[in-house]
Write a protein that binds this ligand. Structure first.
Ligand code: FAD
Length: 543
């Protein structure tokens, strides 16, 4: 099985370019945000093409299927992929490599590249080196990735290589659903969702059929002797750590336990969530409607987002599983299940927005007029938010959960994002960047969509004057303070509800300092709320 080692940035793609062409009919599968073998259309089509070719030209050398992943530290940096997610990607790659090799003798090659321009150049070299006639990948919708792929689609035919791009990230690919009235990209979620349900129900086979699994194809796929003729004796070693993205040993171990990598774990977690009995301790999918808002409930939500973010799992797999639990129904039946499916539809919605309005990928808000908001920036205030030292217990708990686990509950994401953009009046883009660098489930479309929704700058955003009150949110969704006490241990000994949710209303500054908590909240709730409304009103011209 593949060995793990440290990778150096000298392991460049160009090193691979030494081997002679032997017939040029090999298939190269380029894994990107799709680190799985099941429901992987690019992989399934590559296998299919190799098999079809073999059947139609039995005298010809059987096409080899080779897998590739390109590690690009500079792209991780420029796209704000932080160490926690990089670590998860590497761990998922290791399990992917193992499945591909052990069961199918498909070697996963891992090459490093320093920029998108280099990727294009290197891809040409790799295709030549490995006698590739067909390159397969699943589409990524972000602007840099789309441009890179568009260039490859144009240039690879010069080398007699066909680039096949498949769709795996959405159930209904971006651009398919258009507003009935204007024939334009939806900017409001509810009508998008209604149309999504209509279209998917009408064409279930088209939208909900999973890609053919590897097990449909003969094993092993490749002859080892043929691989050796290309000097591929085994898969490349997967680096255990990438230079510049190191984690402290203790944190790495904790994350490995918390988020075990690979599609097998992802599918097991999906199964567990979908078969949840709906009990309070382990609510699962049928209780999702209520349980999803309570951050202290371990399984109140699925916690599948990290697996979806690296593509160890697809939205389609989730929906198919949820429908199984719902007697085959999509938008009727268990309200918990339908609500969960609706949350998954947000993924399609935000990808649709990304493609329809590429400016959101270029550091611009969806509502351009909000560029004129007079945001504040004070580094010490921002750092206090980042590291959970604001004096608002629910905000501090959320930010500390993020630091420790790489993940934060959705309800708390909304509270902390609102706090940064409204109470502290800091530009949502700072929060978006910090989240992207800290989250294990960092996903551009959902992160950008989530931040812009909260900051009232995005599609279907919440009105600027609706500002989350962190105290009442906390009382409502963490009534016993279990979540707060877990993540803010300074407050663990507090007995009354008032003290837990708003310690400054009960304890003196001296008592709080003794506990190790902030003497005064970073801003006064009422004052901050009024300041935010005034700043937004000025720009949005209301009232
Ligand atoms: P569940 O409640 O079990 O939902 C199932 C899946 O549906 C999730 O895994 C996710 O893929 C999808 N989903 C649920 N809610 C949303 C939503 N509002 N928007 C888009 N997809 C959704 N999600 C990310 O995956 N990556 C991010 O970087 C990200 N950043 C966010 C930033 C902010 C400010 C906000 C408010 C939300 C963000 N979300 C992001 C959305 C949401 O918080 C997470 O998807 C969710 O908390 C993941 O937990 P779960 O897997 O238990 O979700």
């Amino acid at each position: 099985s593949p060995k793990r080692r440290k990778i150096s940035q000298n392991d460049s793609m160009a090193d691979a370019v030494t081997k002679p062409s032997n017939g040029k009919n090999n298939m190269l599968v380029w894994f990107r945000s799709d680190l799985r073998t099941k429901d992987n259309p690019a992989l399934a089509h590559a296998l299919q093409k190799a098999q079809d070719q073999h059947e139609s030209e039995p005298g010809r050398r059987k096409a080899l299927v080779i897998a590739l992943f390109v590690l690009s530290p500079s792209e991780f940096r420029s796209h704000d992929v932080g160490a926690v997610k990089v670590d998860f990607i590497l761990r998922n790659l290791a399990t992917l490599s193992e499945i591909l090799w052990e069961s199918y003798r498909i070697p996963l090659l891992v090459k490093t590249s320093s920029s998108a321009a280099d990727v294009i150049k290197d891809m040409h070299q790799l295709c030549n080196a490995y006698s590739v006639s067909d390159l397969f990948a699943n589409q990524e919708y972000e602007i840099d990735e789309s441009r890179r792929d568009a260039k490859l689609i144009k240039s690879l035919p010069n080398d007699h290589v066909e680039f096949h791009l498949h769709q795996d990230q959405c159930v209904v690919p971006p651009g398919v659903l258009k507003s009935k009235s204007s024939n334009l990209t939806y900017t409001v979620y509810s009508p998008f969702k209604r149309m999504w349900f209509d279209v998917v129900k009408k064409s279930k086979d088209k939208y909900l059929t999973l890609a053919r699994p590897l097990s449909d194809f003969p094993s092993p796929m490749n002859s080892v002797a043929d691989l050796e003729s290309l000097s591929i004796a085994h898969p490349d070693a997967i680096p255990d750590v990438l230079k510049g993205f190191e984690l402290e040993a203790e944190k790495k171990k904790h994350l490995e336990e918390l988020w075990p990598a690979g599609e097998v774990n992802a599918l097991q977690n999906l199964d567990k969530f979908c078969s949840g009995a709906g009990k309070h301790e382990s609510p699962g999918i049928t209780a999702y409607n209520d349980a999803r808002n309570y951050p202290n409930l371990e399984n109140g939500t699925s916690r599948l987002s990290p697996y979806l973010a690296v593509g160890a799992l697809t939205t389609k797999q989730c929906i198919v599983k949820a429908m199984e639990a719902n007697g085959g129904k999509l938008d009727t039946g268990s309200s918990g299940i339908v609500t969960w499916i609706q949350e998954l539809i947000w993924r399609d919605f935000y990808r649709n927005v990304l493609v329809g309005f590429p400016r959101v990928c270029m550091s611009k808000p969806f509502k351009l007029e909000t560029m004129n908001i007079q945001w504040l920036f004070e580094d010490d205030v921002f750092q206090s938010w980042c590291y959970g030292k604001t004096g608002y217990p629910i905000v501090d708990a959320g930010m500390r959960q993020l630091q420790k686990t790489g993940w934060m509950h959705n309800r708390v994401r909304m509270i902390v994002a609102s706090f940064l953009t409204k109470h502290l009046l800091h530009n949502w883009q700072h929060g978006e960047k910090f989240f992207a660098n800290s989250l294990i489930d960092g996903d551009f479309a959902s992160n950008n969509g989530g931040w812009q929704w909260v900051a009232s700058t995005g599609t279907d955003a919440q009105p600027y004057f609706r500002i989350f009150n962190p105290y009442t949110q906390s009382e409502k969704f963490d009534p016993d303070g279990v979540y707060i006490k877990r993540w803010v241990p300074e407050l663990a000994g507090l007995k009354t509800s008032a003290a837990i949710h708003n310690p400054h209303s009960v304890l003196s500054a001296k008592e709080l300092v003794k506990l190790g908590y902030r003497e005064k909240p970073i801003v006064d709730h009422k004052v901050a709320r009024e300041r935010a409304i005034a700043a937004f009103k000025l720009v949005l011209g209301k009232g």
